[in-house]
Design a protein around this ligand. Sequence first.
Ligand SMILES: [Zn+2]
Length: 487
Amino acid sequence: MSDLEYKVIVGLEIHVQLATRTKMFCSCELGFGQEPNTSVCPVCLGMPGSLPVMNKQAFEYSVMAGLALNCNIPSFTKWDRKSYYYPDLPKNYQISQYDLPMSEHGYIEIPLEDGSTKKIRILRAHLEEDAGKNTHTLGNFTAVDLNRAGTPLLEIVTEPDLSSGAEVKALAVELQRIVRYLGVSEADMQKGHMRFEPNVNLHITRGGQLYKTPISEVKNLNSFRALEGSVTYEAARQLDEFLETGITMESGNKRTYGWDDENNRTVLQREKEEAHDYRYFPDPDLVPVVMTPEWLDDIRSRLCEMPLAMEKRFVTEYGLSEYDAGVITSEKATADLFDNAVKAGADPKRVCNILTQTGAKLAKDKECSVAELGVNSENLTALAKMIDDGDVGASAAAQVFELMVETGDTPGQVAEKHNLIQKSDASEIESLVDAVLADNAQAVEQVQAGGKKSKKARGFIMGQVMQRSKGQANPKVVNQILAKKLG
Ligand SMILES: [Zn+2]
């Protein structure tokens, strides 16, 4: 048994809900938490004679995502009907894309824990509409809510290039960051905006022979924790199963699992994949989409710098630590705020500290993001410069930032109004020091005598000066003057 080695092989299917105002093929509004069946029309209910019309914004959003995932965008794509019967799908078919998806053959670069990155190939990404939802709130009856029917979904399918639960989670986190940077999805997991289905199996080498375990597909995961947990669990379970039974993959023994969140384990749902025949055929009600080079250029011009590229730039150009760069780029608006302040001349580390310390604490209290605190980059730059110039001390700077958030004033105005300007004027401080020295002859003697009590006495004098200046004297300048006067 000691010669046994194995690799975990994972491919991922992800559904991302696009952040359009209306549905994929009708003008019903998308919403969350509305009364059941209030955002529906003949088109999304599949009434006879109603005709779908493509939502152009949903298509453009999906192309933006496809470009960000380094995919080819073909010049011709069409809509297909995927036929199946389900109570929450009154048309008996779902409009999707079959053989000619709107994007294919790309990759996503994911950050690994050791600081390196890994490219995961993307097989395809296509657009489709969501089905409705069955609810079980009516006692013995199942109710159907069709508000969700027709919601635009981008389905992304990766190649089986992932090799651990941690990598799968890293991909999900990176994808969330990308679609949020692009503004094409809110990617709110709690609202089901991102749903994951990993396909997991093992490639086991024993005695020079390769064995592949049956593939497990885990359905409908909507948290990073469940996603990572299910892959890790499946890998361990499949190894145990192989050692016990020697079972390997044959055609048709793919199994479907659900995730039990309470007990952190997968639960078998179906032993054998039912032989699906979706009878795909082109949707006769929708015209194919022809992507012209001009249109594609126009969509490409709406892309922004991608989060991982920005994170790397903050490390190499601005000298941030990888940790700080990760925190700053977790959200685009905060990353832009930081970037703009630095471009306007602020010290990167200084701005980073303001945002990740005072800013993050305040944002947590207010339950918003750092950028949503409303401090603009000009004021941020000004505050960073005031700290560098010694106009405000460290604790005063935190106070200034908080007051900026409350009032919207510039840091200069805030610091003036609340007497937080640090005094660095040497002659002013010198007269303050002289007064303190005159009043504390005993402490002065102790300092000059040297020995044990000297350090303590010096600290006392320093404290007296700071007290008389109401905390506004620049401690550096005070120290310089004390050194000159006391030796
Ligand atoms: Zn509708």
